[in-house]
Design a protein around this ligand. Structure first.
Ligand SMILES: Cc1ncc(COP(=O)(O)O)c(C=O)c1O
Length: 398
């Protein structure tokens, strides 16, 4: 019998977020604006806590759910900052990044034939996991509503097959946040349906105007919410691989099984570093945000002056301008910008087909790099307009 691979695995593609950055070794002078990780180092105290854990032999498995001290710190963080409570004993697990939390949730709840609604464009990490788990992604188009999910449009997509709705606000790739009034309407709508809510709020600490509103604020949603969080973005800890999954005890008992068989527990030295992050470095995100705001304002003004329509983002560290005027696909434009302008961006199509017609610019880069990149971009656009050039390059990217 011929060897075969799972057909669902064959049907998914590697993340389009890396397609352009993987080419960068051939373009040593290009400015890379593709990566979604803070350019700040992990704070010293957190690094020391991780090192101390290693030196003192905290290098063995922890409880499957994670160190109780860390779960307690996670619980305290949400209670103190956001005024909602999850029980560290039964409602919180520590995961290997938010990524594992997502996979754990989808595999815990999804059955063959289910539908999962995604407001799109959306982070590329969900769709393949939903497909692998056997469900069908259903998209809520947010391109006409400033990338904010419209409750009435969402309601129209709900069918008896709908198992869950995924939210990621502040959003990767758009930087959009959901206004309080819309959150209230979404909560009201979702409280009436037997549908799980999966809310990835990993960018909650990177918000620039107003306050973050979590789906966990709504007590009527508590028994259907999976809240996903982590320290990758807030504390510049992408490589430490620490995420958090919070949900009602009933669901957590099931999710904990999936998590335990997947990974046993999150990296233990990293868990000690995470305790330090939450108990001693609460101010780290607030220390970073003024830089992000300065960069956001700068990029937004530059793009607007270049004539690229852009919704001003209120969180995360991404900008998602429309590039429809160039009559190229987002992948063709990203490749052209890399070749001709020396600027690497992510094609919007990496964030579902609803991202076609946009590019994602990450501004988690030093200001001087952003300045050079914007100058190059402007120069390229001016040339393009002067030449009225409409030649479409033929990638194909692999
Ligand atoms: C929306 C979103 N969720 C989750 C992740 C992955 O988080 P982690 O590093 O904790 O796995 C990312 C990474 O870019 C992201 O943008």
């Amino acid at each position: 019998m011929a060897l075969t691979i799972n057909s669902r695995v064959q049907s998914i593609e590697s993340s389009g977020i890396r397609k352009i950055s993987n080419l960068l070794t051939n373009y040593p002078d290009a400015i890379n604006l593709t990566i979604g990780q803070p350019d700040f180092p992990t704070p010293e105290r957190i690094k020391e806590a991780g090192c101390t854990a290693i030196v003192t032999n905290k290098t063995v498995y922890s409880h499957n759910a994670g160190l109780l001290e860390l779960r307690q710190a996670v619980s305290n963080f949400f209670t103190n900052k956001y005024d909602f409570t999850y029980d560290p004993q039964t409602e919180i697990i520590v995961t290997t990044g938010a990524s594992e939390a997502m996979d754990t949730v989808f595999r815990t709840i999804i059955e063959e034939g289910d539908e999962v609604i995604l407001p799109a464009p959306i982070y590329a990490g969900y769709e393949p996991l939903i497909t692998l788990a056997g469900a069908k992604p259903i998209y809520l188009d947010t391109t006409t509503t400033d990338f904010i999910p419209n409750p009435a449009q969402l309601e129209q997509l709900i069918t008896p097959k709908t198992k869950a709705v995924v939210f990621n606000y502040p959003s990767n790739p758009t930087g959009a946040t959901i206004p309080r009034e819309t959150m209230d309407q979404l909560a009201e709508l979702l409280s009436k349906h037997d549908i799980f809510i999966i809310s990835d709020e990993i960018y909650s600490e990177n918000i620039f105007e107003g306050e973050h509103h979590s789906f966990a604020h709504y007590p009527q949603l508590k028994n259907k919410l999976f809240l996903i969080h982590g320290l990758s973005k807030s504390h510049s800890m992408t490589g430490w691989r620490i995420g958090f999954l919070l949900t009602a005890t009933e669901w957590m008992q099931q999710a904990a099984k999936v998590h335990g068989y997947n990974t046993i527990c999150a990296s233990v030295p990293s868990q000690y570093a995470a305790i330090c992050a939450l108990t001693e470095c609460e101010h780290t995100p607030a220390d970073m945000n003024p830089d992000y705001i300065r960069r956001r304002n700068y990029i937004y003004n530059r793009l607007t002056n270049m004539g690229l329509p852009t919704v001003k983002p209120n969180g995360a560290f991404y900008m998602f301008p429309s590039i429809k005027q160039f009559n190229m696909t987002s992948e063709q434009l990203a490749l052209t910008l890399l070749n001709e302008a020396g600027v690497a961006v992510v094609p919007g199509s990496a964030f579902t087909s609803y991202g076609e017609g946009y590019i994602r610019i990450s501004y988690a880069y030093a200001f001087d790099q952003l300045e050079i990149a914007m100058n190059r971009l402007e120069h390229w656009i001016t040339n393009w307009r002067n030449q009225e050039r409409h030649i479409v390059p033929d990638p194909p990217l692999v």
